[in-house]
Design a protein around this ligand. Sequence first.
Ligand code: LMR
Length: 397
Amino acid sequence: MLERIEAAPKDAILGLTETFKADPRPEKINLSVGVYQDESGRTPLLECVKEAERRLAAAPTTKSYLPISGLGEYCAAVAELAFGAGSQPLTSKRIAWAQTPGGTGALRVAADFLKANLPGAAVWMSDPTWPNHPQIFAAAGVATKTYPYFNAQDNALDLEGMLGAVARMQPGDVILLHGCCHNPTGIDPSPDQWQQIADAVYQRGVLPLLDFAYQGFADGIAEDAAGLQAFVRPGAEMLACSSFSKNFSLYRERVGALFAVAGSPEVAQRVQSQIEKTIRANYSNPPGHGAEIVAMILRNADLRQQWEGEVAAMRSRINGMRSELVKALKDHNVPGDYSFIARQRGMFSFSGLTKAQVERLREELAIYVVGSGRINVAGLTPCNIDRVAAAIGKVVK
Ligand code: LMR
């Protein structure tokens, strides 16, 4: 029976990393997958994580199952991180939540939850978006549609196109938004624009779903929650998926969370039961280690302070590399104005490179970027930036 199964295409992002690893050229540079690297090209184990692991190892408790919704103190701590300590949905117990295996796990639980409980709803996603978004919702049997997001000519948000699409959505549909550091464009709405988007979404009777994977990588940990918090309104409903892969550098521990804000505590309890039913039929209950680390860091003042400093250092290194790349492209006389790279936010830069140019970069120059032209700026280092700029110049000219 297995004989007739055809091979699936390689994943647009993780598949490239596999190809990169198998590439024998010593000068190869990986700017594809969204993983932070320090200036020596390593993905660091944060000092606060090392210390939390030391403390956990010194006082081991149990490896028995966690509840279906995960570690309670973790869920409470990460809900505060997203919604703000003391925020109204938290104090009024309007939030259903679950610890999930990464942000991707949260999205898949959300997709299964929507399919089972709001079966007619289509999920609208930005054009462009993270290539895994449409796959996750399609795998759960949820219809997907796209809304305009990016104005390529001005390298800016297409707010008008976006609001026009919201006005055409069916009430009861879901709009998927990137909470900050839009992947792949690096272009986020301003706080004012977030308010306009939230007004339009709620007026239309559409349910917002915020994918919040890069908190702390744009302007700051609290500042980056402004988009998500624009949807926190009296009685208003929303879904949100957080990931702690990037801001805690805990990629392989798979640490994420799903939140569903309901209109009342009673509805939140019913939603909680449905989220747990979805999880039980999928992975039963989540793994413990990553969530224990995050909870310990967020709940201990010394570790939390250390973490905030480490996130600030990652953010500032990425922003430094943005300016350096603009400068290096200029130094190499690459035709075109690349100043927009310094205005984009988060790990990614939507470079405008064509598919053919991306292929030349990989095949001739051993530089890997995603097919859409997305560059992981967090993979640039003082040692490789000059070669990257020269290579971009070569394929563009
Ligand atoms: C990315 O976009 O590169 C990251 O979110 C990693 C992933 O899983 O694709």
